[in-house]
Design a protein around this ligand. Sequence first.
Ligand code: TRP
Ligand code: SF4
Length: 504
Amino acid sequence: MNNKSSKDDKHISIDPWGSSTIEDYNDLFSQFGISKFEHFLPDISHPHHLMRRGIIFGHRGYQSILEAMKSKSPFSVLSGFMPTGDPHIGHKMVFDEIVWHQKQGAKAYGLIADLEAHAARKLSWSEIDDHARNYILALLASGFDLKTGEIYRQSENKRVKDLAFELGIETNFSEMQSIYGFSGNTEISHIQSVLTQAADILYPQLDHPQPTVIPVGPDQDPHLRLTRDLASRLRLFSVTEAYASFEADAAELEYLKVAFENLSSLQTPLHCNDVAEWIENENQASEALSTITNKLKEASKEEFYPRIRIINHRATPDLLKELESKISKNKQVYKEHIDVFDASHNDIDNMVREFEIENGGYGFYPPLSLYHRFMSGLTGGKMSSSLPDSHISLFEAPESGYQKVKQSTTGGRESAELQRELGGEADKCPVYELYAYLLTQDDDSYAQRVYEECTNGTRLCGDCKEEAANLMREFLKDYQQKIKEVEPLLEQLNPNTPNTEGRS
Ligand code: TRP
Ligand code: SF4
């Protein structure tokens, strides 16, 4: 097995089963390599309000989804839900993200993580069945279209369970320990549920590999990092860029690219040691700089020229030969890789993937992800299914939803006088979040008005909560009406069959 451990594994602090909140979303960018989402806003024709308001804040590799939307090539969206309670208004965000992508043309998947709920949360099957049903109803009431989409339960999806087993061959207990902090006491089924989730994430690609986006909270990022690794370990080949015989990582490649752009017109052929000298003169010292100049100096008189490299991971020598014979471009063949010159990365990538699939390989794209902020609980802290007063269930009586908003903590000051003077703290207020995430829906000017009136002191918490509580009551009424309307659809679905026979 190829047991790569990335350098941030050591001080990992994201626990998918923990109850802690994310303290500082900025750490996610600097420590875990999640990228900011806001740069994409101008490229999306009608971004969802969760995108426009920065609630969807981060991603891994989302540009592939934008490209697929633009070129109308196939892509999918998938997310999963652990049925540990009834779905609440925080889950509604994820339903909306799935449905939004489905409307943009994605093949959509929603899954019930019943195996995970049973193994990691110890719920009985009859509890799971009740909650699973409500998750499915809520997904449908949010607009999920069963004609083009698929909803499944982990326990009933044989292909997912088989793939999970295969994935188990590609990882080992040490890796599980370093990613999740598992110990000798961790139940085997809990570990299996991690592999099941990885299989969920790759499931949309089993028949036709395609970019797949997984909208989740950032607590799920460890699963995404693991699955991205597993997806590449299962590839027969990988395709990378290089400039000489040695390999370079992304940061090092940046230096090489710039050097080639600057030097190629001045000197041919270029030699690696000349490039090293130029890079040292042009740049400030950094870690990537010293590792790359060392590699260049070692390669010394070797010619420096861009190429696309196909690396063999697990193909037989015969298959590698066959691939080689398919490449008409200028190429150089080595024992375990082929360098192709004057070709586009994308073209070679697609061609190699097709070849891999024709020859029985998976051809997976690394899965992509989209991260949203967690909704705060109405009692402060995280909104949680296990704390009834912290959340509002989508199935809750509208009147009870009204009451919970009225009792919510706020970002208000100690007295009305002080609030008029200093303004409220909308950024710390769960009620403001209700407006921004849910209650103002697509109306940006409404959300903005609440924010401004709060922070400039003209809005006081009593009235503000009354307004939000009324909207909440209306929202729940409408939503529950939709739930009634979609109920007949449940009969079309397998997951409706109870899963309880002979089990607890
Ligand atoms: N682990 C997720 C949760 O705790 C549920 C889940 C299972 C999931 N499989 C998934 C989420 C695949 C996204 C993609 O809620
Ligand atoms: Fe929150 Fe509204 Fe009070 Fe502002 S006025 S702190 S938004 S409840």
